[in-house]
Design a protein around this ligand. Structure first.
Ligand code: TXA
Ligand code: MG
Length: 329
């Protein structure tokens, strides 16, 4: 499907009207596209879960138009949370804080905390400003599958189930926001994302805990999240080519995430994606690469983990989850 031309003011007005009427709007953010509803409308929020096929116990993120609105949505803002909001918003950082009264339990999966962020995308900010309230939005994909980074991905996956899709072009960051539990004075990272651990530590002036991927216990983060249809196999970077060629010889249709160290190498495989050496470019492309290899009919994707620093931490987290056990297996 051809890209719709740049979002206009009337698109924003229309989308705000859809939200006011209890409908669902897919909106671009700097991380991934979100599936949004009026955060204060329990019936609209319930439709998000229905459309995604997501269990109602998995909490959503409430998107707001600016850090100055934070106090309207949460019970209390510890000094550290205030500092992080001021420093990183708008941006790919989500703060988990104690739930304010206006946030319905439907949006928090029954939790007494709420996740809040200010997205750094002109279309999302224009929508939030026109709408005036908070927009509860998970990533606009079906439960457990790959997050969308273009409006086409959203249309292909959710189609008519969404009342309106705002097209803001491809997402610039490409992986979801970093989620920080800021309920206490010592914050901890619940999900690595677009704001790096190094960025957080520079602002906080102390080391920050990031849980090992395999043991993350955030509701709504089971191991097989972000999974393509193809099985994902992770190997050491120097073994990617040999593993891929072996599996291809054994009759599988193999997709390869070719590490930068093999750039230009010819590989006997069904489909090859050259992984960018730059971490921001890799993060921006990651979900598109997984979708592409699915579309090309790969049975298996052979990849390796990047060095786990900077954005590499979030990329490695998503790849591990993509390679994790599936609910059906
Ligand atoms: O970048 C992003 O964060 C994107 C864009 C659309 O903003 N959104 C996103 O939403 O990734 P979603 O629903 O796919 O992931 C949100 C995660 C959930 O998996 C859940 O684990 C966590 O946020 N979360 C939400 N509320 C929480 C809470 N009160 N306590 C702990 N974790 C929470
Ligand atoms: Mg998601």
């Amino acid at each position: 499907m051809a890209r719709v031309s740049a979002t206009t003011t009337s698109d924003i007005e229309k989308a705000a009207g859809v939200l006011r009427a209890g409908g669902l709007v897919a909106l671009p953010t700097e991380t991934v596209y979100g599936l949004g509803a009026n955060a204060e409308d329990p019936a609209a929020v319930a439709r998000i879960f229905q459309v995604k096929g997501r269990p109602p116990s998995h909490p959503l993120i409430v998107h707001i138009g600016g850090a100055e609105h934070l106090d309207d949505w949460v019970e209390a803002v510890p000094a550290t949370a205030r500092l992080l909001a001021e420093r990183f918003w708008p941006g790919p950082l989500t703060l988990v804080l104690r739930r304010g009264r206006r946030v319905p339990l439907e949006a928090t999966g029954g939790l007494e905390t709420v996740a809040v962020r200010v997205p750094d995308h002109p279309v999302a900010l224009a929508l939030l400003s026109a709408f005036g309230g908070g927009v509860a939005a998970p990533s606009a994909n079906r439960f457990g599958s790959i997050s969308p980074t273009t409006a086409e991905h959203v249309r292909a996956e959710l189609g008519e189930a969404v009342d309106f899709v705002l097209d803001g072009g491809p997402c610039g960051v490409g992986v979801e926001s970093t989620i920080v539990d800021a309920t206490g004075e010592i914050p901890s990272v619940l999900r690595p994302g677009g704001v790096t651990r190094e960025d957080l530590e520079a602002v906080l002036g102390c080391p920050i805990a990031v849980p090992s991927t395999s043991r993350v216990r955030v509701p709504g983060q089971h191991p097989s999240h972000y999974a393509p249809r193809a099985r994902v196999v992770l190997v050491e970077p120097e073994k990617v080519v040999v593993e891929a060629e072996l599996a291809q010889e054994l009759g599988q249709r193999v997709g390869v995430f070719l590490p930068p160290s093999f750039a230009g190498a010819s590989v006997k495989a069904h489909a090859v994606v050259a992984i960018p050496a730059s971490m921001p470019a890799y993060a921006r492309g990651l979900y598109g690469f997984l979708r592409e290899l699915d579309q090309r009919g790969c049975d298996v994707i052979v990849a390796s983990l990047p060095v786990e620093e900077g954005l590499g931490l979030a990329i490695a987290n998503r790849l591990r989850r993509a390679a994790g056990p599936r609910p059906s297996s």
